[in-house]
Each structure stands twice: as structure tokens, then as C-alpha cells.
Design a binder for this molecule. Structure first.
Ligand code: ZN
Ligand code: ZN
Length: 338
């Protein structure tokens, strides 16, 4: 019996009678991270990392949960479960499961470059590895975060000199917290959209150290925003909410910005190819480091990556899941993300 099977509800461990990131309500869910496509409403019990828990509660309400530290062991019906850093967003974890000598790792979403807030991706040896493939094309090669943050800082300074507000478009969970590291050396005058504020406050209250930011509210006079930095989720940009920041310039922070056509498509002035996912080399090195004899490739460019791995002599197969690409900018926004 395979340790993980792919069902209509999600990734299922029959021996342990639990699901990993199920997309339908189940009795027992083990959650890689709190993005809404991986952590869904309606399950009877959730197991996740300590730092994922407050965001799960914020988004899913009063749920029945158990949280653990990285490397801590939990047993469910004899199946050994442990969580290991995935480097994607705060709390994001790979799920390692072991039963009768067989080891399987479900990586959820992951990023191999340490970003200073999400934990450092830990390669975990296993027999079967389930990988995402969001940016699994050779064209996706990220510049180091330091370089991107440097460019971001210069862009903000340039806008300040022109008396313009810098509006950075970033997902409310993950990117919005990460880019603060690029902004705070340049200015402390930082405003955030309500959705980002909620996440920010929740993480701060939980003890995660983040710089203080101000929430954009209707009573703030327009002059206050002059030359400031505003962080807004995708979806807010098309709305009248933006008018108060005039004059402003926008920049989208997303791996998709590596492809220049996406600037135009997103109607943005600038773009920073900053991703919370592994690039092509990151995916290949992460997969290699697991030593897995079989790799299952989920959401993204599954066929490209699985074909490439098979050609390299690593047995791989595509798997259909219901996970989205939370990085896809300006498309359908989850209401709870705004
Ligand atoms: Zn994610
Ligand atoms: Zn994902």
C-alpha cells in the first residue's frame, strides 16, 4: 500500500487516516501552511506548525487544532509525523510521514533561498517526495533577495525624491511581511491595507517580531501618505481605495515579474521578481537532496518538471490537485485575502 494516495478530498494517508492540505472537509487534516488554497475550512481537526496556528485561526475561525515545532514527532494511528521548514512563508512546513520503514515527504509550497523570516528550507531524505512546480520552467531563476531588496529600496528613494507614494503590491500572507526588510532601511513611514494589517497584527500578537506599520483608514488625511510606502494586496489596485495615494507609482512583487510582458498585463509601473517559491534550480536541487526514488509533481508546470526528471532518470509522475497559485497576480482574489 502506498503511504500517500491521491483522492478527491486531497492527499490521503490511509494508514494514519489523515489528509495533508485537503481541499474538502475531512476528519483529520495536517496543514503545510496557512495560504488559503492549502488550509481550507471545514475539517474536524487540524495539525500544523506553531506559527501557522494564529493565521489558521484568523482565517478559519474557532477550529480544533494541535500545533507542533519543527522536528517534533506526533503519531497518528502508528504513522510517525514530523514537520520541517519549507522556507515559503512564516510557519510553512514540509510534512514527513513514516510508516513501516517507508518515508514520504509532502513539501506543500517551498523556497530554497532563506528570506530571514520563513525559516530555512530543510532537505529531508525520503522514498517519495511530493513537490510543487509553480515556477518549474528554466526561465525562472531568481536574483538573490539582497539584490532585489536593494533595487526595491532605490526605487522607493527615487519615488520619494519625486514626491510620490510607493505602492507595493504583495500578498497579505508571506510577501507583505518579507518585503518590510527592504523597506525599513529606507523609511519608517509604512502603511498597509486592512487585510495585511490583520495578518500583521495576528503575527505580532503571536510573538513574531515585525516592524510597526500603520493601517490605511478613511480618516487619515491624504498628505500623510505623501512619499510614504503603502503595501496592498493584488485586487486593491483596481479600486477607488488607491485614489488617496495620488501621486503614486506601483510595483508588483512576484516571481511572475521575471517575464516582462507581465508588467503590462498587470498594469503596473514596476515589478520585482521576488518569489516565495523555489526557482527552477531550487526545485531541482531540493528534489535531488531528498534522494527520493519517486517524485510526484503537483500544482504548476507539472508536465515540464516531471518530464525533465524522468529524462534525468528520476522516476516522476504528475498529480492533479486543487491547489492554486496564490502568486498569480490580479486574477481571481480570494475574498479573505483582501
Ligand atoms: Zn503557499
Ligand atoms: Zn501552493
Amino acid at each position: 500500500m502506498a503511504l500517500i494516495t491521491f483522492t478527491d478530498q486531497g492527499l490521503y494517508c490511509e494508514a494514519g487516516r489523515f489528509y495533508i492540505d485537503p481541499w474538502r472537509p475531512v476528519d483529520h487534516a495536517v496543514i503545510t501552511h496557512a495560504h488559503s488554497d492549502h488550509a481550507r475550512w471545514g475539517s474536524g481537526h487540524y495539525l500544523c506548525h506553531h506559527d501557522t496556528l494564529p493565521i489558521l485561526r484568523l482565517r478559519l475561525g474557532n477550529i480544533n487544532t494541535q500545533s507542533v515545532a519543527w522536528g517534533e514527532t506526533v503519531y497518528k494511528n502508528g504513522v510517525k509525523i514530523s514537520l520541517h521548514p519549507a522556507g515559503h512563508i512564516i510557519g510553512s512546513s514540509q510534512i514527513r510521514i513514516e510508516y513501516k520503514g517507508e518515508v514520504c515527504v509532502v513539501s506543500g509550497d517551498y523556497k530554497t533561498e532563506p528570506d530571514g523570516i520563513s525559516g530555512s528550507f530543510e532537505p529531508v531524505r525520503c522514498d517519495n517526495f511530493i513537490t510543487e512546480s509553480t515556477f518549474a520552467l528554466p526561465i525562472y531563476q531568481w536574483e538573490p533577495q539582497d539584490l532585489l531588496f536593494d533595487k526595491m529600496g532605490k526605487w522607493i528613494q527615487n519615488n520619494q525624491q519625486e514626491g510620490k507614494t510607493s505602492v507595493l503590491i504583495a500578498y497579505s500572507l508571506g510577501k507583505a511581511q518579507r518585503i518590510l526588510q527592504a523597506i525599513t532601511p529606507v523609511t519608517q513611514n509604512i502603511f498597509v491595507h486592512g487585510a495585511i494589517w490583520n495578518t500583521h497584527k495576528t503575527l505580532q500578537d503571536h510573538g513574531i517580531v515585525l516592524p510597526d506599520v500603520q493601517r490605511v483608514t478613511p480618516d487619515i488625511p491624504k498628505e500623510k501618505f505623501r512619499s510614504s510606502v503603502v503595501i496592498a494586496p493584488p485586487g486593491a489596485t483596481e479600486s477607488s481605495w488607491m485614489k488617496r495615494f495620488q501621486p503614486y507609482v506601483t510595483a508588483v512583487c512576484s516571481g511572475w515579474m521575471q517575464v516582462r510582458g507581465n508588467f503590462r498585463r498587470n498594469n503596473t509601473d514596476a515589478g520585482f521578481a521576488l518569489s516565495d517559491h523555489a526557482d527552477w534550480s531550487g526545485l531541482l536541487s531540493a528534489i535531488d537532496a531528498t534522494g527520493a526514488s519517486k517524485v510526484f509533481v503537483t500544482h504548476g508546470f507539472q508536465s515540464v518538471l516531471s518530464r525533465y526528471l524522468n529524462e534525468k532518470g528520476i522516476e516522476a509522475a504528475e498529480v492533479k490537485t486543487a491547489y492554486g497559485e496564490e502568486e498569480t497576480i490580479s486574477l481571481i482574489e480570494n475574498p479573505d485575502e483582501i
